[in-house]
Write a protein that binds this ligand. Structure first.
Ligand code: PEP
Ligand code: MG
Length: 595
């Protein structure tokens, strides 16, 4: 959203609207972070100095590589996979052979200092990216500028970027924050982040959410309108930033902040309580994870198990196929953290948009309708058996379950179960212990699976609805394509009926049904999912407290009534409006209403 700078008058309350990137309300003083303009004078070198300049370059590349690796590990450890991937992209830019060759060749032929050449090449790249339309290019420009800063510091012998430190709490305001800056922020002293640039999926937004710092991005020219020490209000729930607030506004936001914080504290107090309705109907409220240590977060947020361990992320943290022992260590670690609570390991869901160099998946014209998930596993038996061996070994603790993704028909389920049985027989021969009662489930994420949910449920122990895919395959709208985002309707009555059909079919056979797509983390959907009879909701751990609060506020009877009415509406908007209204009536203080 663009804001007009001329409208800001000192002393007059001004509301800027940006993109709400990370929830929470902050009131505080501005600390401006304006990046210094990088200027490197063209410094001629003598021909005899060329070799030592090139050596300097190699050394700086090596040091930058180590620094990026460090950031990547920190990002993975404190902010998760998505944050780690930002630094994978940095590594690719740094290791780009064309870039490195260009630097070497220009130093040799033009005989300027390597610092000047590096700055010149990367500076030109940044400019090209900045001229393009779209967030992807802007992010790329900020990645390159981050690397340029690191590389130049190492070339000058200044060491790695020094994290900003603050003596007192501040709201950081910047045109844009580099991933490295955001990552090294001292969380205790940052009350909020507000940037001129960025969108919902920008690096700043991803990192701020992971670090739990309220943030608003895409504010236009905020950094040009404020000075260090100015007092501002930042609402990460609504995307508003207020300058020169009146006393009345300040009071209003102090109230909002207090309510928001006390609600968060109240949510924290629910940690050890069951996700049961007021009339005692209990839902299993579990967490989704991608790395084993995230299981800790499921526990701290009060999750009763892990309903989806996306094991393919093992591939995304390395260049090679993970070995059986590597996999075993990973699964076992997560199972140990959760024990005795259950953990559902989904076998690799590679393909689609999750490609990996070590597995020869060809570029496909339609990857989401192509060679993906269980299809890859069934045709790469070596991979599948290795994974199943690792899962079976980890199952000896008794709390592991296995789940097959992307099942379109009975054939895949039977074949996958056969490979599992063969692998288990191998372990038995080798006298390696595993859980003989290991539960086997499938993901229901294709309409064909919904239509034969009764048949599938008869041959497995549980079903888990993957709404992320089920929606995209039902309404034919790519889940990652912004152009058709308006068609990707979670509350589409067709989607809701699919959930209903699945639950009814499975319950006839007394098999439980979970939901593990993003829809399960949407508070507005909670009464409906409970009313439809869903037995388990597995969602990102940070959603767990809010969903638990909703479940504990409503009765099962009430949920069924709300659901019956919701299912009579014809459009997604009518359904979600109705559900929003019902929820607001009962829970006025949910974080989602803080705008
Ligand atoms: C889903 O499709 O809803 C799901 C949980 O799987 P993924 O998002 O990993 O495809
Ligand atoms: Mg899926």
């Amino acid at each position: 959203m663009k804001n007009n700078p001329s409208r800001t008058t000192p002393g007059i309350e001004t509301v800027l609207r940006g993109i709400p990137a990370s929830p929470g309300v902050s009131i505080g003083r501005v600390h401006l972070l304006i990046p210094e303009r990088v200027v490197v004078a063209p410094h001629k070198i003598a021909p005899a100095e060329v070799p030592s300049e090139l050596e300097k370059f190699d050394q700086a590349i090596a040091e930058t590589r180590t620094a990026i690796e460090g950031s990547r590990e920190r990002a993975l450890a404190i902010a998760g996979i998505a944050a780690g991937k930002i630094f994978d992209a940095h590594m690719m830019i740094l290791e780009d052979v064309v870039f490195q060759e260009q630097v070497r060749s220009r130093v040799e032929h033009e005989q300027f200092s390597v610092e000047y050449i590096v700055n010149d090449i990367l500076g030109q790249n940044i400019e090209i990216m900045q001229k393009q339309q779209g967030e992807m290019f802007r992010e790329r420009a900020s990645d390159i500028s981050d690397i340029r800063q690191r590389l130049l510091r190492f070339l000058r012998g200044e060491g790695d970027m020094i994290p900003h430190s603050f003596d007192e709490p501040v709201i950081l305001v910047a045109p844009d924050l580099s991933p490295t800056d955001t990552l090294h922020i001292d969380r205790r002293h940052i009350q909020g982040i507000a940037t001129d640039m960025g969108g919902l999926t920008s690096h700043t937004a991803i990192l701020a959410r992971s670090l739990d710092i309220p943030a608003v991005v895409g504010l236009g020219q905020l950094s040009a309108r404020v000075r260090d020490g100015d007092s501002i209000i930042l609402n990460g729930n609504s995307g508003k930033v207020i300058l020169h607030s009146s006393e009345a506004t300040l009071q209003e936001y102090r109230g909002k902040q207090e309510r928001y914080q006390s609600f968060q504290t109240a949510l924290g107090n629910l940690k050890d309580l069951p996700a049961a309705t007021t009339d005692g109907h209990e839902i299993h409220l579990w967490g989704n994870i991608e790395l084993p240590f995230e299981a800790e977060s499921v526990l701290t947020h009060g999750g009763g198990g892990v309903g989806l361990f996306r094991s393919e992320f093992l591939f995304l943290t390395r260049d090679t196929v993970p070995s059986e022992d590597d996999q075993y260590d990973t699964y076992d670690k997560a199972a140990e953290i959760m024990a005795p609570r259950p953990i559902v390991i989904r076998t690799f869901d590679l393909g689609g948009d999750k490609l990996h160099g070590s597995i020869n998946i060809k570029q496909e014209r339609n990857p989401f309708l192509g060679y993906r998930a269980i299809r890859v596993s069934l045709s790469r038996r070596d991979l599948f058996r290795t994974q199943l061996r690792a899962i079976l070994r980890a199952s000896r603790r008794g709390n592991v379950r296995v789940m097959f993704p992307f099942i379109s028909g009975m054939e895949e389920l039977r074949e996958a179960k056969m490979v599992l049985a063969e692998t288990a027989a191998d372990l038995e021969r080798e006298r390696i212990p595993y859980d003989l009662a290991l539960q086997v489930g499938i993901m229901v994420e294709l309409p064909s699976a919904v239509m034969i949910a009764d048949l599938l449920a008869a041959e497995c122990d549980f079903l888990s609805i993957g709404t992320n895919d089920l929606i995209q395959y039902s309404v034919a709208a790519d889940r990652g394509n912004e152009a058709v985002a308006g068609y990707y309707r979670s509350f589409h009555p067709g989607v809701l009926r699919m959930i209903q059909v699945t639950v009814k079919a499975a319950h006839k056979l007394k098999k439980p049904v979970a939901i593990c797509g993003e829809f399960g983390g949407n508070p507005v959907a909670t009464p409906l999912l409970v009313g439809l009879g869903i037995d388990e909701i597995s969602t990102n751990s940070t959603n767990i407290p809010e969903i638990k609060k909703i479940i504990r506020t409503l009765s099962f009877d009430e949920c069924k009534k709300i659901t019956a009415k919701a299912m009579r509406f014809c459009t997604a908007a009518e359904i979600s409006d109705y559900l929003t209204g019902e929820l607001k009536k009962r829970l006025a203080d949910l974080p989602i209403w803080f705008s």
